[in-house]
Design a binder for this molecule. Structure first.
Ligand code: SF4
Ligand code: SF4
Length: 377
């Protein structure tokens, strides 16, 4: 695999398209990975319901530029993601796509927009997995011919840095994400992220490093002008260079360590374009994050307590069975003339809640979730 990483200076989103084109040309161009008619899945970071200036999500200008460039290369652009946990459960991704400007960017560029939460998951085997031998992966990932990561350059309280590899955490449902977050330590979490990455096998990463996030990322940090666009066919190589660019030791980043140990990427990628030394900037490190600092036994307890479970309000349900037909893990079962969600099978994707025409699928939040999300939208 070509592990070159390109860096192009860019301090303004109005110049992003040209910078992306230059970064892509420096490594060999989009045509190397896209054939005419290919379905090209663009995976931005749509972590939360935040406006672009909050620097939590990939800037919409990056998404529209990539949609246009994919079309020019003969591909069919598709933009998709599933956001992180919020108190509003099934509406979170739809709202995050809208508020981040990514929905508008995708649709005005003629791309298809896919909400991973409501488009279904497929259970797959992860060969060589270190943490999760079986995972649910968004259907859109399996349907794509080409997969491109569009990460935001940010710090992360658990993995210290988040970029092209960690971006694929968004392709699994929230229940699997929660299980990964509550693993005993950072290194195991890094291994879990690489389990996902090893299955997805992305073809390219283009990083939004024009404005990044320092401090307590990925969502509670501070925006910082970092002035770069980066590209690489190898997500791990890009992450190694990007974490060094923000003043971190790349070999201390759990996702980098886990990926390199499994033979992905390289410790010393070739940098093309602007030399790394000319764009290095020191990001403030995350202070740790409550979860990362907790002792393992306490995390195991919390994992059981942190739940947002769907349930069917049988007094409203009309038994139309739209939910049964669309539950990808067959978790909705009929008993004594009414429907019930089997909690052991449910992956908390909330598709049933989204699709129910009678709004009969409600959610039950544990006390811990109610405390953590109190006051949040
Ligand atoms: S989709 Fe809603 S109304 Fe229809 S069976 Fe499921 S819960 Fe009941
Ligand atoms: S029961 Fe609903 S939330 Fe659970 S897996 Fe099925 S569709 Fe998803």
């Amino acid at each position: 695999m070509n592990t070159k990483v390109s860096i192009v200076k860019c301090d303004d989103y109005s110049k992003a398209r040209d910078a992306i084109k230059e970064a892509l040309d420096l490594i060999g161009g989009l045509e190397k990975i896209i054939s005419p008619g290919n379905r090209v899945l663009l995976k931005p970071n749509v972590l939360a319901i935040k406006r672009p200036e909050a620097a939590v999500t990939t800037h919409p200008v990056i998404v529209s530029a990539m949609c246009e460039l994919v079309k020019e290369a003969g591909g069919i652009p598709i933009v998709g993601d599933g956001s992180g946990v919020t108190s509003s459960a099934s509406t979170a991704t739809a709202e995050a796509l809208r508020v981040s400007g990514i929905e508008e960017a995708a649709l005005t560029s003629g791309a298809e927009l896919i909400n991973f939460e409501t488009s279904g998951f497929v259970e797959v085997d992860i060969s060589g997995a270190k943490q999760f031998p079986r995972l649910h992966i968004a259907k859109a990932v399996l349907d794509a011919d080409v997969i491109i990561s569009l990460p935001k350059l940010k710090t992360h309280e658990l993995t210290l840095y988040t970029g092209a590899v960690k971006n694929f955490f968004g392709v699994i449902p929230r229940k699997d994400r929660k299980d990964a977050h509550f693993l005993e330590d950072r290194d195991r979490f890094g291994d879990a992220v690489v389990d996902i990455y090893s299955f997805v096998k992305p073809h390219l990463a283009v990083m939004d490093g024009i404005v990044g996030m320092e401090g307590d990322g990925p969502s509670a940090g501070t925006p910082i002008s970092s002035g770069v666009i980066m590209a690489s066919y190898d997500c791990v190589a890009l992450d190694v260079v990007a974490s060094e660019l923000i003043g971190f030791d790349p070999l201390q980043i759990p996702t980098n360590k886990a990926a390199l140990a499994r033979g992905f990427g390289t410790k010393k990628p070739e940098v093309v374009g602007t030399p790394l030394e000319k764009v290095k900037i020191q990001f403030k490190k995350p202070t740790g994050g409550a979860l990362a600092l907790m002792p393992p036994f306490f995390r195991r307890i919390l994992r059981k307590q942190f739940t947002v479970k769907p349930f069917i309000n049988t007094s409203i349900c009309t038994l139309c069975k739209a939910c049964v037909l669309n539950c990808s893990v067959d978790a909705i079962e009929e008993k004594n003339g009414s429907l019930k969600i089997n909690e052991d099978k449910c992956i908390q994707c909330y598709c049933c809640r989204e699709l129910c025409p009678s709004h009969a699928v409600e959610i039950k939040k544990s006390l811990l979730v109610r405390i953590v999300t109190r006051g949040k939208k």
